[in-house]
Design a protein around this ligand. Structure first.
Ligand SMILES: Cc1cc2nc3c(=O)[nH]c(=O)nc-3n(C[C@H](O)[C@H](O)[C@H](O)COP(=O)(O)OP(=O)(O)OC[C@H]3O[C@@H](n4cnc5c(N)ncnc54)[C@H](O)[C@@H]3O)c2cc1C
Length: 479
């Protein structure tokens, strides 16, 4: 009798702990057969930028939300983003005297995606991009530096002051706001399956870190599980040329959301469109941000020669890189570029950068032909001065490369972004094969397809996940 009473108290404590962990005020918690059923308004699966933005919109609308994250830390690929978040017409651009328009953003994105993009989604992306930045700024984020990434007509890639990596700032800003509003995120908790009843999605079956399955009943579910850039089986299934490729993605990018959505009848779009990033470190897939080229670096091969317009789209630069000896090349830059972008300090600290006081020293250490390197730089610096790249037509050459020290990073293409995914409409509702919305189910971020078409422009994924993450959150509330 005494023992039964003790067990009862322990059981009550466990149940209360689960309620408070999930951050739900009105949960209906039952136990039995090792199952715990939680009821909330909205479940968000995934704690990258899309999931955090959606969760915040739900909470701001006065509804309860639970965020599930299978990894021990939050942030997913968003935490890795370095180069920038594209927006046209922001206050940060105005402060720096940079002109840009929604129309130019739209046109660049469609052109970059070879017009395969869904124009309705792209219009929203462009129209709401500035508001996405203002929203993050209003929560105390630093997105005041603006740089230029490949494929953009205007300078619109927002990032922290000094060009520090942008992804950690996005995650930090959203996480702080969620913490302030009392939303907790269940880490090491994987969503396994969507629960469907009469054609509606009404919850999720999940598993905690001890392998215990439980059910969350909800009015709406938001899929924000990211892409499948770390799932080699899926990558090769959709593009056999990617056999053996490395990846820049975090290990949790395994396409779970795509599989879960397909089980309830979701349609996919552009699923075969997989982007490789041309400048990843071959030994570990670590990505060197496009902003290094945007701030002035050039690409050279072992012969010390340029071989492509460094600011061409990622597919073009990747293909040119694969045609070089060893299927790799070198990012080459000088002290001026290094001083312009804080992210480079991080690369130097990691030991992936070769340095030389002189061009000869650098060339010898990196295994580059020194005479050709010198000739290449003489030509390139003349092109910078005359604002005309006679070799490859690069139209943005922000600085000459002539200030010691000199730097080189060996780079090659790696899988970077899965541009296709779940088909959504402008309300972030998940669509089935007939184009009808699946009730109760929403999706945003890299798990979806349609925004990027056949090629994603650098800086557009972060815009996508804030803009459509917010829309998914609002639609989930309105359901
Ligand atoms: C190295 C790198 C640099 C990049 N730089 C930029 C940049 O500068 N600008 C830009 O615009 N884009 C950039 N990108 C792309 C961009 O970061 C991603 O496309 C974007 O962050 C994806 O956000 P997301 O919220 O959709 O998914 P993620 O941020 O990947 O988050 C998804 C989360 O869902 C979790 N999850 C998955 N399955 C489950 C499950 N079954 N249960 C529970 N949780 C689950 C994952 O663990 C993950 O935490 C970069 C990408 C990489 C890899």
């Amino acid at each position: 009798m005494k023992n039964r009473k003790k067990l009862g108290i322990i059981g009550l404590v466990v149940v209360l702990a689960i309620i408070s962990f999930a951050g739900c005020s009105s949960n209906d918690v039952k136990t039995g057969n090792n199952d715990v059923n939680i009821t909330t308004d909205v479940v968000v699966i995934g704690s990258g930028g899309a999931g955090l933005a959606a969760a915040l919109e739900v909470k701001n609308a006065g509804k309860e939300v639970i965020v599930l994250e299978k990894m021990p830390i939050i942030g997913g690929n968003t935490l890795r983003a370095t180069g920038g978040l594209n927006a046209a017409g922001s206050s940060a651009q105005a402060t720096l005297g940079l002109e840009d328009t929604v129309e130019a953003f739209f046109t660049d994105t469609m052109k970059g995606g070879y017009d395969k993009n869904d124009p309705e989604l792209v219009q929203i992306l462009a129209e709401e991009s500035a508001e996405a930045v203002e929203w993050l700024l209003s929560m105390g984020g630093d997105f005041n530096d603006v740089g230029k990434l490949a494929g953009a007509t205007n300078t619109r890639a927002h990032r922290p002051t000094g060009g520090a990596p942008v992804g950690p700032e996005v995650v930090k800003t959203l996480r702080s706001a969620l913490e302030e509003s009392g939303v907790k995120i269940m880490t090491e908790t994987i969503a396994l399956k969507l629960i469907e009843e009469d054609g509606k999605v009404i919850g999720v079956i999940a598993e905690d870190k001890d392998g215990k399955e439980f059910t969350i009943n909800a009015t709406s579910v938001v899929l924000a599980t990211g892409g499948f850039g770390a799932n080699s089986t899926m990558l090769v299934e959709y593009n056999k040329d990617l056999e053996g490729f490395g990846t820049t993605n975090h290990s949790g990018a395994t396409g779970d959301g795509i599989a879960m959505a397909q089980e309830v009848g979701a349609a996919l779009v552009d699923i075969e469109e997989i982007q490789t990033h041309p400048t990843a470190v071959p030994s570990n897939g670590y990505m060197i941000t496009e902003a290094v080229r945007g701030n002035g670096a050039i690409l050279i091969n072992r012969d010390g020669e340029r071989f492509v317009n460094e600011l061409a789209t990622r597919d073009v630069v990747s293909a040119a890189m694969l045609a070089q000896e060893g299927k790799t090349g070198f990012l080459f830059f000088d002290q001026g570029v290094t001083d312009s972008l804080k992210a480079i300090d991080g690369y130097i600290k990691q030991g992936i950068v070769t340095e030389g006081e002189t061009l000869e020293e650098l060339a010898e250490k990196a295994g580059i032909n020194p005479e050709n390197l010198k000739a290449t730089l003489t030509d390139y610096n003349q092109y910078v001065a005359s604002k005309e790249d006679k070799d490859f037509g690069r139209n943005d050459m922000p600085r000459s490369l002539e200030n010691s020290k000199y730097y080189a990073i060996e780079v090659g293409p790696a899988v970077h972004h899965t541009m296709g995914g779940i088909k959504i409409n402008t309300e972030a509702q998940v669509l089935n094969a007939e184009g009808k919305a699946i009730a109760g189910l929403y999706a945003a971020g890299e798990v979806t397809g349609g925004v990027h078409g056949g090629n994603r422009l650098g800086g557009n994924a972060l815009t996508d996940l804030i803009v459509f993450g917010r829309i998914a959150g609002r639609s989930a509330v309105n359901n």
